[in-house]
Design a protein around this ligand. Sequence first.
Ligand code: PLP
Length: 811
Amino acid sequence: MKDIKSDIKENFIEKLKSFQGKSLEDANNIDKYRALSGMVRDELGKRWVETNSQYNKEKIKQVYYLSIEFLLGKLLISNLINLDLYHNYKEALEELGINIDEIEEIEPDAGLGNGGLGRLAACFLDSMATLGIPGHGCGIRYKYGLFDQRIVDGQQVEYPDNWLKDGSMWEYRKQEKEVEVKFYGNFWAEKKDDGYETHFEDYQSILAVPYDIPIAGYKNNTVNTLRLWSAEVAENEFDFSEFNKGDYLKAVEYSRSVEAISEILYPDDNHYQGKELRLKQQYFFVSASIQSIINRCKKKNQSIAHIDELVAIHINDTHPAIAIAELMRILMDDEGFEWNDAWRVTTNTISYTNHTIMPEALEKWPIDLFKNLLPRIYHIIEEINKRFIEMISIKYPDDLRKIKAMSIIEDGQVKMANLAIIGSNSVNGVAKIHSEILKKQVFKDFYDWCPFLFNNKTNGITHRRWLIKSNPELSDLITRTIGNGWIDHPIDLGKILKYEKDSKFQKEISSIKYNNKVILAKLIEEEMGIKVNPKAIFDVHIKRIHSYKRQLLNLFHIIDLYNRLKENPNLEIHPRVFIFGGKAAQSYYIAKETIKLIHSVAEVINNDEEIEDKIKVIFLENYRVSLAEKLFPAADVSEQISTASKEASGTGNMKFMMNGAVTIGTMDGANIEILEEVGEDNIIIFGLSANEVMDYYHNGGYNAWEVYNSDIRIKRIMDSLVDGTFSKGQKDKYRNLFNYLLINNDEYFVLKDFDSYIKAQNKVEALFKDRNTWNKMCINNIARSGKFSSDRTINEYSVGIWKVAPFVVKN
Ligand SMILES: *Cc1c(COP(=O)(O)O)cnc(C)c1O
């Protein structure tokens, strides 16, 4: 038998010829990327066809995960790892003088998401396929993903992310599976003896064309599907008479307006914009997805009357909540169901995850906009609401407050969270504290009405991308030490605890971290021309820029440390590199000012010769999945400092932990469960609790001016924003940030938590200097991170919500 690597080399050279028309000598990295991905496509394709054929033969329940975002990142190496081909390919290419990491650089990130919510959807796809859950993603094929961020003169500038410009190697256009989606028009219902007759006329019909991406499980034969929809002009809608009359421009304009639906991803994270185009996007992908789910059942001759036994449909936040009304519409208008049967089947099929309690993120559509764009859907929602209110009015006859709060339609708006709760069989939060806040505060009325609807599913991350792929050295050390059982059972990472005091193991852990820091230091020097010391503490704050995530609190600690060093140049501190990364929504003024201020502070401190390399401040531009993979493995300190109660879960915190960074964090989101896992010796907690924060919001009692006037460190920092210290004498440059903090009474408690944060940071410093203790902390964090694998999360969804069992795809 010929050995595998020779086969790979031979096939690779063949693919270069057939795909790119090039010899190995002439091929550039783009040619090599395309040839290599082509080989991976061949492997995926075989298993994909087999998986689908077995799903079709057997009557197994399918899960559809509807999400307006999927933040996939790059797929080449991740696919190779899951197909169990990575090592052979890497080595075979090495024998040809090719470095696979350089080839991966060619692939553009699929950045079809803003942050945590979209990345969660991507981790879930990986875990579903790995666990053998027949689970598929449904979303939008945005022509432009989240903008490219570049920093020009210390400010964020947004560039379009044209990720499809050279085509994608992972998508398959399935023209024959296109469906029609209808907007606008006139809808009315006519009373007849045997019920109603409905009429829907003069609507605009557009085409939804699916592009499928195969999602491979880890070392099994499962390949599930991510179906992303693209909007196109329906031929019968294209007004050829206008076109023939010579109104070419009108025809072009029309096709532009249709294609706009799947053109751009809205760049707002945790913030709602009531734009018609966004609602169009939502209905577009939801309607197309539900239609294709129904088509699939019919093709298999399955009875739509029992669709709740054949499929589970999950909605990732409220963006796809309209699925409830769309499924009702199809069951009644197309399949002839009576209301009650349609409602029973719909609610048995759909489940909902809430992602935030921030009021500005809750979706509320103006009735006029909604009704004009989706008249039939609005009619159904009105009816759902009418029946729901009739029902709860029996239980709470005189409680008008309750009835208003629970109503889907109120004050001229359609409240999508209420629709999602009323139309689902399960409502879950994404970390214990978040699920408790949902029950006790945000959705208390719904919880009192129907407590068994509510449950918790703490988020997770796929350890295949966030440890095996991103930190191969650490992953190999773990396998050398405890065997490879942890890969299928990440809880087994706990087995390395046996070695927490083993000085050889400690040394290896610490030298892997050091190597990763050297690699990152090299990247920082290449990108920014700044030399950083890999022996320094790498203190990393990477996530969307948002007031509640409190990048300003981190920056105030940096300024305070700088002030102390300036006052006392002999102050002994362990050198630190503060690393920031993250994008601000274009329209989010305070977030963009925060990016500016980080750069201004960095400019002063990095160029202050007295400071030497005791402090460096780095902002890495264009934070995205592929950059994240280089940052987590090189971090010593994980900044998770959101105002308590605001971060529903966080998943960045889990990636850091799994790579051996120590968290400095508030009692918020999944930080609380990280503390539960590692114990208080292995995490540094500070700040107000969620109860204290909410007590201030409800009862007052906090005055930011008082803190400003009574803490001289804070006064000095705040004043330095408006005395020109960080703005080359331009005093008013940060006046608005200064005012924002004080005039809004410091709504996210940056000043209030400052003292506690400084003490926590001093503790970080002391612990880091004690190398033995710090290494033990790193080991404990890695060892206890198994709970946060998304395999655990998906198992909980499968058993507790979807009622699906794994299915073994046979070879
Ligand atoms: C994990 C991840 C996030 C979420 O980070 P949080 O710290 O939980 O907000 C955002 N963006 C990218 C690229 C990620 O990988």
